[in-house]
Design a protein around this ligand. Structure first.
Ligand code: HEC
Ligand code: HEC
Ligand code: HEC
Ligand code: HEC
Ligand code: HEC
Ligand code: HEC
Ligand code: HEC
Ligand code: HEC
Ligand code: HEC
Ligand code: HEC
Length: 326
């Protein structure tokens, strides 16, 4: 009996090899040119998995994976393997042996095997940094985000993408409902406007090489270079902003003056009151001229935001903008 099983399984493996399919437990699978991906080839599976199924797997024909006129289109066996044991069920087991690459039965294929099946066709482009990405390292597979048997893929479809991510990233959902946020909850923006969930060369799965480059792709006016840079801006927008949501407008990590004072110790009010830094006379700011001596008091105690005077938080192009006052 055992010998027969072994022979059968060897047969299945051989068949898989002949078909050029990703054999079970094989290292990164080779492309599958030889598999019969036509509708007729699919009949090996669809003679049982037909319209009558509780889960309508045939909806795959309404997706990009169903465009049979395109020769790159997979057949059932390109993704699930030849699965002869599953088809034959020689022992008449009550529950059939699993397919070679199952995306739902954990006894049938490791996450790595599932992923490498998809990567046989999709390893380039957006996925070129998949390996060792945060999701790869955490064992998140393609089918944790993508659902290939439904007419509209929930990750690719903008209206359902955020919900797909929130299934695992709950705190980002909460943040998107705060007073100040990117219009994620309104559906006008999606996670993949900033992130490449498949991996990237930048931090935090940024779509580009850095946080600032990603932000500047939409907020070009903050890109610089400025005549007078504000060091933390050129360094990283997230020194002051949180990307997903904040109760302090606009998307700030803390309220001024506390935000500013997290780096600038003291409020230079001592100097202002003593006139020590006003040797040259009255201060001219964007809000007009402040007479000597009356200037600031203690800036944070008088509820004056630092930006009342230092209005050019992101940098200044004014010849006299060194202190970000204009
Ligand atoms: C002779 C009928 C029959 C054929 C042919 C058949 N299946 Fe199945 N399949 C079933 C049944 C019945 C189940 C439900 C599980 C059980 O009760 O054994 C199932 C379950 C599955 C499952 C879910 C369980 C798992 O292993 O992940 C997948 C996926 C699957 N089949 C894919 C395929 C593919 C792909 C083919 C073609 C290579 C195929 N089936 C051919 C009858 C069939
Ligand atoms: C692009 C790869 C791909 C192709 C092609 C493909 N499948 Fe699947 N199949 C999957 C994935 C991934 C799952 C896991 C559930 C999901 O993501 O929808 C799955 C799940 C299934 C299931 C189990 C459904 C359940 O959840 O119980 C069956 C049955 C199945 N496929 C049959 C087929 C048949 C029959 C074909 C050919 C008509 C086919 N598959 C073609 C990738 C594929
Ligand atoms: C045999 C090759 C092949 C395999 C294997 C394959 N795909 Fe595809 N996939 C394609 C082709 C061809 C397209 C059409 C899009 C294109 O032009 O590149 C596509 C498109 C897609 C799209 C875009 C769908 C859309 O609506 O725009 C997603 C998402 C996708 N595949 C996910 C997967 C996942 C997940 C797997 C593994 C479960 C997988 N693919 C396995 C060939 C394949
Ligand atoms: C964490 C969620 C997530 C995982 C995991 C994931 N994807 Fe995606 N995928 C997305 C999102 C979101 C998009 C839409 C991106 C966009 O619109 O720019 C997408 C788009 C795609 C596309 C269509 C766009 C294109 O490049 O042609 C393909 C194909 C694809 N993914 C394949 C895969 C494969 C293969 C895997 C596994 C190696 C995978 N994805 C894993 C979320 C994910
Ligand atoms: C199946 C669960 C799951 C889904 C769905 C999922 N993620 Fe993740 N994600 C994780 C895990 C696990 C990690 C790694 C541990 C952590 O940082 O929480 C992670 C990490 C991340 C990180 C941090 C990366 C880093 O380098 O610190 C980002 C960004 C991210 N995911 C974005 C997304 C986006 C965008 C989507 C939707 C397109 C998504 N995730 C969908 C599970 C998931
Ligand atoms: C406006 C750009 C932008 C959008 C849109 C965006 N993110 Fe992020 N995300 C970032 C940045 C920037 C970081 C790094 C934050 C940091 O370093 O403080 C980040 C970090 C993360 C992290 C890692 C958090 C941690 O504590 O390490 C996760 C998870 C994440 N984002 C998920 C999502 C999800 C899910 C969505 C969609 C609902 C989304 N992001 C939309 C820019 C964005
Ligand atoms: C895909 C384009 C896009 C990207 C990338 C982007 N933003 Fe935005 N940002 C927007 C849009 C759209 C708004 C909303 C404008 C509105 O509501 O008038 C916005 C608003 C803001 C606001 C003002 C929020 C408020 O409450 O008024 C801040 C601050 C901001 N973004 C910072 C960032 C930072 C930091 C990054 C990088 C992590 C970033 N943005 C990346 C499109 C983008
Ligand atoms: C030193 C702290 C700090 C850093 C770093 C910073 N910002 Fe800001 N940002 C602020 C403050 C304070 C405001 C509100 C007052 C204002 O507009 O000056 C603001 C407002 C904004 C606004 C909304 C108002 C407007 O002018 O459109 C956007 C968008 C914005 N920042 C984007 C960015 C981007 C992109 C970066 C990275 C290149 C960045 N910020 C870095 C402090 C900072
Ligand atoms: C993350 C730390 C950080 C935060 C937050 C921050 N700054 Fe700065 N700021 C710096 C650094 C670093 C410099 C450069 C100091 C230098 O060149 O000696 C600088 C320079 C300045 C200068 C010019 C100083 C000079 O001597 O040329 C002014 C004015 C200034 N910041 C005001 C502000 C204001 C107003 C805020 C709040 C909206 C703020 N900063 C928030 C780190 C920060
Ligand atoms: C009433 C206007 C005003 C307010 C409010 C104000 N500043 Fe200033 N600040 C100035 C002027 C004017 C200078 C330039 C002094 C000089 O050129 O010597 C300056 C200079 C600076 C400098 C450069 C170093 C120095 O002491 O010369 C920093 C850093 C700074 N301010 C931070 C802050 C922070 C942080 C706040 C909020 C807690 C703040 N300022 C509030 C007017 C103001």
């Amino acid at each position: 009996m055992n010998t027969i099983r072994r022979l059968l399984s060897a047969g299945a493996l051989l068949a898989a090899c002949l078909l050029g399919l990703p054999a079970h437990a094989a290292a990164p699978a080779a492309p599958t040119p030889a598999a019969d991906r036509s509708l007729a080839g699919d009949a090996a599976c669809t003679r049982c998995h037909d319209q009558g199924e509780a889960k309508p797997v045939l909806s795959i024909y309404q997706t990009r994976h169903g465009v049979k006129a395109d020769t790159r289109t997979p057949g059932c066996q390109s993704c699930h393997g030849a699965s002869l044991k599953h088809i034959r069920n020689d022992n008449n087991d009550e529950v059939r042996p699993p397919v070679e690459v199952s995306f739902s039965r954990s006894d049938a294929a490791t996450p790595q095997e599932q992923v490498s099946t998809c990567l046989t066709c999709h390893k380039n482009g957006q996925r070129s940094h998949w390996q060792t990405s945060a999701h790869d390292n955490a064992g998140v597979g393609c089918s944790n985000c993508h659902s290939v048997h439904v007419p509209k893929d929930r990750a690719v479809t903008r209206a359902t993408q955020a919900e797909t991510c929130y299934a695992c990233h709950k705190s980002e959902r909460a943040q998107s409902h705060r007073l100040s946020s990117h219009p994620l909850a309104a559906g006008k923006m999606v996670c993949s406007d900033c992130h490449n969930p498949h991996g990237s060369t930048g931090p935090s799965l940024m779509k580009t090489g850095s946080v600032n480059e990603t932000c500047a792709s939409c907020h070009a006016d903050k890109r610089g270079p400025f005549l007078w840079e504000h060091a933390p801006v050129a360094d990283n927008c997230t020194n002051c902003h949180t990307p997903h949501g904040s109760n302090i407008t606009p998307l700030l990590k803390a309220r001024a003056p506390f935000l500013c004072q997290s780096c600038h110790t003291g409020d230079h009010a001592g100097q202002v009151q003593s006139g020590a830094h006003l040797q040259s006379g009255a201060i001219t700011t964007a809000n007009g001229t402040l007479p000597l001596g009356s200037a600031a008091g203690r800036a944070q105690l008088t509820a004056r935001g630092c930006q009342n005077c230092h209005s050019q938080t992101h940098g200044s192009n004014h010849p006299a903008g060194a202190k970000l006052l204009r």
